[in-house]
Design a protein around this ligand. Structure first.
Ligand SMILES: NC(=O)c1ccc[n+]([C@@H]2O[C@H](COP(=O)([O-])OP(=O)(O)OC[C@H]3O[C@@H](n4cnc5c(N)ncnc54)[C@H](OP(=O)(O)O)[C@@H]3O)[C@@H](O)[C@H]2O)c1
Length: 254
């Protein structure tokens, strides 16, 4: 396995937090996990304590979507670890709705959660990163193939990825790697509860996403600057024009 890292993980209290943290702890990483909800952060740290792995987990309640919160979190991570090797920016949001039924505030919320939060957190963390630093963000194929009633989400993730690809050019000459993982729908306990109609065999196992995070924060990805890595599993977004499978075809198991 690749060398252990000291990382800031923002938005660790969300769906992808547990699997991601677990994969990094197994590698031996030292992690500062941030979120705005103290109770969810404490619960996550409690779970992490039971996971096998040489890594260490620390938590900090901080709103990394705001400049002061992000700067506090980045400075705390650098101070606690002595140096900082990167950031996994899990902060994000999701909402659907047709244009004419969606208030502009919903657009602002998604732009903040999915795009501006990354800008703010990256500005905070960059001064602490040295050569070889890794930055990981999360996008969606919907940014390139947007579907109806997902305009706010698709546009906010498109903004994130376009910004990341531009910013990656700025920081690459300092040896900093900024990359994104493009996800469809991840299989988590929350997903199964919220979307019981979705076949879990078609969603992406959260552990597979976590492995991609581990890769993008390791020296194995040293050749990657500004890449968008698809970890989309077998999930397919459908539109009203999509047909079902041919008659008699059964789906293979996962
Ligand atoms: N899960 C999926 O199927 C999927 C698919 C495609 C892309 N993604 C992307 O992958 C990343 C991680 O996914 P996830 O499912 O773990 O995300 P999530 O559960 O929706 O949210 C992650 C965390 O983001 C934080 N957050 C939300 N809005 C924020 C804001 N305005 N400022 C600061 N923090 C905010 C929340 O933390 P607190 O409220 O505790 O602070 C939340 O726990 C996200 O960027 C998501 O958009 C996920």
């Amino acid at each position: 396995m690749s060398a252990a890292r000291a990382l800031l993980v923002t938005g660790a209290t969300g769906r992808l937090g547990p699997a991601t943290v677990r994969a990094l702890v197994e590698r031996g990483d030292r992690l500062l996990l941030t979120g705005r909800d103290a109770a969810r952060l404490t619960a996550l740290a409690g779970n992490a304590a039971a996971w096998d792995g040489p890594g260490e987990v620390d938590v900090l309640v901080a709103d990394t979507g705001r400049p002061d919160g992000a700067q506090h979190a980045a400075a705390e991570a650098a101070a606690r670890f002595g140096s900082l090797d990167g950031m996994v920016h899990l902060v994000g949001g999701f909402a659907v709705g047709p244009l004419m039924l969606t208030d502009v505030s919903a657009y602002e919320d998604l732009l903040t959660a999915n795009f501006l939060s990354a800008v703010v957190a990256t500005q905070a963390v960059l001064p602490h990163l040295t050569e070889g630093g890794k930055l990981v963000y999360f996008g969606t194929p919907l940014a390139d193939e947007p579907l109806a009633a997902m305009s706010a989400y698709a546009a906010s993730k498109a903004a994130l990825v376009t910004w990341m690809r531009s910013m990656a050019h700025e920081v690459k000459n300092r040896g900093i790697h900024a990359n994104a993982i493009s996800l469809t729908l991840v299989d988590t306990p929350q997903t199964r509860e919220e979307m019981p109609h979705v076949d879990p065999a078609l969603t992406v196992d959260a552990e597979l996403v976590a492995r991609a995070v581990r890769f993008l924060t390791s020296e194995d990805s040293d050749g990657m600057y500004g890449s968008v890595m698809p970890v989309v599993g077998r999930f397919g977004f459908t539109s009203a024009l999509a047909g079902g499978p041919p008659p008699g075809v059964t789906r293979p198991s996962r």
